[in-house]
Design a binder for this molecule. Structure first.
Ligand code: SF4
Length: 377
């Protein structure tokens, strides 16, 4: 079997080139052909010696993921469903805005965390994606979009690891992919423009801050442990204070001077004024230790299996106003790609649940969420 060169960051590609008896610096040329120019045919890589091209044809290939579907929203959002084999498929979404083009990338086929409001979580978990499968989403999307939009310059300016999966539970594949995104010979994205979103895998947040500190978004969704245990089951392992302490430490290495807290607004569950006030108290406690943050409120995209509803607009506005009055920068996420189910929390792909996660969540669903089991003021 030959190596898919999308599996490597530049250092990995240099080691691969050496294994073929080539000089390390050849890897830089090869990396540019692949990632900056979107080439997969070694014969087209004209500044590589013919001998090297022949060796590459024997030992390597550059393979995109097969596309199962491609949907275009009327607002310009594009969603792809990629086949990753054995009955699994993952989704990738491009979201164009006036000043940026953002690609939302998947890291796993399914997800084992099982958040109650997330359709990926409800599908269960099949497997981690490889580095090549993560990078192939960006490689394909960038070069497809240049052609589609008739642009020779870079189209994707931001990458968010917010598609299917918990990226920090696929750490060893994630890091080389992030490094290729940041590499000036690859996509040349700044650390501020590459965001890893986590539900709070605390030990891996520490490692990320050391290995490849990029912007960090944390899925918070609740102001106390009782509620967060229910919405984000990983909270039972890494409860809020531990998570927020790690966020504070992450900022010492982070390319941005704040953490983004994602908060999905669920009608009657976590969206009351009292919740916002409790959130303010919680974050202020940690702000004293240096935690700086902004909030991104996400209108929930309902799906039948969740048993949950979207907060109404007035409730979201009121929640935001409590945070803003307390001095926190707060945004309400615009939903994009609604007509093609591409909005946040809607990515579902097609996953063979090999771990029974989907069953566990179905059982949890039978238990109504009790957010008023203790008084908050
Ligand atoms: S929100 Fe993220 S961590 Fe939670 S189940 Fe969905 S993909 Fe997994």
């Amino acid at each position: 079997m030959t190596a898919n060169l999308l599996e490597f960051d530049l250092e990995g590609l240099a080691v691969f080139c050496e294994s073929l008896g080539e000089k390390r610096f050849r890897a830089t040329q090869l990396f540019r052909w692949i990632h900056q120019r979107g080439m997969s045919n070694f014969d087209d890589m004209s500044d590589l010696a013919k001998v090297m091209r022949e060796k590459l044809k024997v030992h390597a290939h550059v393979a995109a993921l097969p596309i199962l579907s491609q949907q275009f929203s009327k607002d310009g959002t594009i969603k792809w469903l990629f086949d990753v084999g054995a009955g699994d498929a993952v989704e990738t979404v491009f979201i164009p805005e006036d000043d940026r083009g953002t690609l939302c990338v998947s890291s796993q086929a399914g997800c084992a965390v099982g958040c109650r409001f997330c359709s990926t979580g409800h599908q269960g978990f099949s497997r981690n994606l490889t580095t090549a499968e993560i990078l192939a989403q960006l490689w394909f999307a960038e070069h497809f979009l240049r052609q589609h939009l008739g642009q020779s310059e870079r189209v994707i300016s931001n990458v968010v690891m917010m598609g299917m999966g918990e990226p920090l539970q696929n750490y060893s594949a994630l890091i080389p992919a992030l490094k290729a995104m940041l590499d000036d010979h690859g996509y040349g994205l700044s650390r501020r423009r590459v965001t890893v979103s986590t539900s709070g895998v605390v030990p891996m947040m520490t490692r990320l801050s050391q290995d490849c500190p990029v912007a960090l978004a944390v899925s918070l969704h609740a102001p106390n442990n009782a509620l967060r245990d229910n919405l984000v089951p990983l909270n039972r392992k890494y409860p809020l204070d531990e998570l927020l302490e790690e966020c504070t430490l992450y900022l010492n290495k982070a390319p941005r001077d704040f953490i983004t807290f994602e908060y999905c607004m669920l009608k009657g569950v976590n969206d009351q004024r009292a919740h916002a006030q409790e959130l303010v108290t919680l974050i202020r406690k940690h702000a004293g230790h240096g935690l700086r943050c902004k909030f991104n409120l996400i209108p929930f995209n309902p799906f039948k299996e969740s048993g949950l509803l979207r907060s109404d607009d007035a409730t979201v506005e009121e929640f935001a106003s409590v945070l803003i009055q307390a001095g926190f920068v707060t945004t309400i996420r615009k939903t994009r790609g609604d007509d093609i189910d591409a909005a946040c929390g809607q990515l579902a792909g097609d996953v063979m649940d090999r771990t029974g996660v989907a069953n566990r969540i179905a059982q949890q669903r039978a238990v109504p969420i009790q957010w008023t089991d203790r008084k908050i003021s």
